[in-house]
Every structure is written in C-alpha cells, then in structure tokens.
Write a protein that binds this ligand. Structure first.
Ligand code: CO8
Length: 264
C-alpha cells in the first residue's frame, strides 16, 4: 500500500477499514494538476488491491473547495494532441475510481467545479456540505468537460438538467444538487465528516462480498445489453448463495440475532 509520505498532493488516512483520501492543494483550491492525477491513479490502483479496505471517502483539503477543477494553468499549454491525451488520462483514472470494487463516497466540502465535479461524479455516492457548489464552467473557458462529465452528468441528473448545466456553465448550490439527484444528502458543513463516516458505516455493516457484487451489478449493467444485465445479476446472486456470509446473514435473521460477516 502507498504510504502517506510518498504523496505530495494527496493526504491519506486509514480509519478502521476505511481510507480517507484528501486532495491537498488548498492554495489552488485543490485544482487537479498532472501530479494530482498521477497520484490518484497510483493510489486507487493500490487501494483496489488492498483486501483489508472496505470503503474510500474522498474530500478536499480546507474549508473552501472539494476540487475547483483541472489546473487552468496547465490547460493553457495544451494542443490538440496533448489535450486529447490529458482528457483520456483523466477519464481513465476517473473510470478506475468508478470501477473500484469497494464503495467510494465523495464528501463534497465546497467548490466542485469542472474536473472537480467530474471527480465527484465518478464516486459511487456523494454527500455534500450545505456550502458545496457544483458546476461545469468549461464552456466559459472555450472547452468542454473532458473527464467524463458529458457522459456521467446526464446519467445522474437526466439530459435536461445536464444540458442546462453544461451549456450555461452556471453553478448550482447544494440544495439544487440534492433536488436533481446529483448528491445523496446535504448536511451541515461541520457535520460533513461524521455524516460521510456514518453513510460509509451503514454500507460496511452489511456483508462485504454482497456490497462488492451489488456495486458490480449496478455499474457493469450499464455496459451490457438489456437481457444480459439481468443474466449478470442472476450470476452474481448465484455466486453469493454459496458464500459463508449469505449462510450467516440468513441464519442470523431466522435466529433473531445480529449477523457476523467475515467477507467469505
Ligand atoms: N486551476 C488553477 N488554479 C485555480 C483553479 C483552477 N481550476 N481554481 C482556483 N485556482 C487558484 C486561483 O488561481 C488562486 O490562485 P492564486 O492565489 O495563486 O491567484 C487560488 O486558487 C484561489 O482562487 P481564487 O482567488 O479565484 O478564489 P475565489 O474564492 O475568489 O474564487 C472560485 C473561487 C470561484 C472557485 C474561482 O477560483 C474559480 O472560478 N476557479 C476556477 C473554476 C473553474 O473554472 N474550473 C474549471 C476548470 S476547467 C476543467 O476543470 C476542465 C476539466 C476537464 C479537463 C480535461 C482535459 C485536461
């Protein structure tokens, strides 16, 4: 596993079976430069291999921003080829976050703009501080969202709202993000950490293998045809029927006691 002293632009902290990942460039509102992206890539690759972890929570350092976008200073130097490459690099990393076998919660503590909103959208669940602001202002810079935002936003909020956000570039506040389904919950700013932990605990109290397969069924279903999606769900269901955790979960219910899951 990557150690925190190997990271320049991210901070990590492990708490029980949960890893907190913080984008840590507060003087630039945690903007995603190439270094942050490379560190995210390496870190998530390592987390995916770490059997002892059950969940990831991502947030930004400081009171003001989750992530205020890709680093605009670096965008300025891009040409057609390097622009395409940078977009693909970011897309691949954010896809690897969405493909994580364990749940990833975004704790959105402030501005989530451009690439920051796209990072939030790559998380499985989003919990927002009441101070959070979401937006895709790229068209105002002469660009478009390039880390998957044009694809993920319509899935999350519907095409009507997504097009309004992408074409106007205007930000929305946390309560509007909740209304349109972009976030799961909005909480007081000072409670964000404990609420994110509570949400993660509500997930990790359940059977670990079931959580992994539930994530896979929902997310991979997108890539399959209408019939195969249901077959895939049945395959995963069948696999779980032979796990010790399913035996334990079902027995515990019938014996009127709490289950003790082992992830086996
Ligand atoms: N990139 C680089 N630096 C940034 C960024 C950013 N995205 N956002 C803020 N900063 C820096 C500011 O330049 C400033 O630095 P300095 O103190 O050295 O001047 C510092 O952070 C603090 O920012 P402000 O003084 O502007 O803080 P304010 O509170 O006045 O304003 C805002 C906060 C409203 C968030 C403002 O900073 C802002 O509008 N930031 C830019 C937001 C934005 O446009 N984001 C989208 C960027 S484009 C993008 O994300 C594309 C993604 C896809 C890329 C795909 C291919 C690479």
């Amino acid at each position: 596993m990557i150690q925190s002293d190997e990271l320049d632009t991210l901070s990590i902290e492990t708490e029980d079976e949960i890893i907190w990942v913080e984008v840590n460039r507060p003087d630039k509102l945690n903007a995603l430069n190439d270094r942050v992206l490379t560190e995210l890539e390496n870190l998530f690759e390592a987390i995916a291999k770490e059997d002892s972890l059950r969940g990831v929570i991502i947030r930004g350092t400081g009171e003001k921003a989750f992530v205020a976008g890709a680093d605009i200073k670096e965008l300025k130097d891009l040409n057609r080829r390097t622009g395409e490459d940078s977009s693909r690099k970011g897309q691949k990393i954010f896809q690897s976050i969405e493909d994580m076998p364990i749940p990833v919660v975004g704790a959105i503590n402030g501005y989530a703009l451009g690439g920051g909103a796209e990072l939030a959208m790559a998380c499985h669940l989003r919990i927002a501080s009441e101070k959070a602001v979401f937006g895709l202002p790229e068209v105002g810079l002469g660009l478009i969202p390039g880390y998957g935002g044009t694809q993920r936003l319509p899935k999350l909020v519907g095409r009507t709202m997504a097009l309004e956000m992408i074409l106007t570039g205007e930000p929305i506040q946390a309560d509007e993000a909740l209304d349109c389904g972009l976030v799961n919950r909005v909480v007081p700013h000072s409670d964000l950490e404990s609420e994110a932990r509570g949400l993660m605990n509500a997930i990790t109290n359940n059977a670990p293998l079931a959580i992994k397969k539930a994530l896979r069924s929902v997310l991979k279903g997108d890539e399959l045809g209408p019939k195969q999606r249901y077959e895939h769900e049945s395959d995963l269901f069948g696999e779980l029927c032979e796990t010790k955790d399913a035996t334990e979960g079902l027995s515990a219910f019938l014996e009127k006691r709490n289950p003790e899951f082992k992830g086996e």
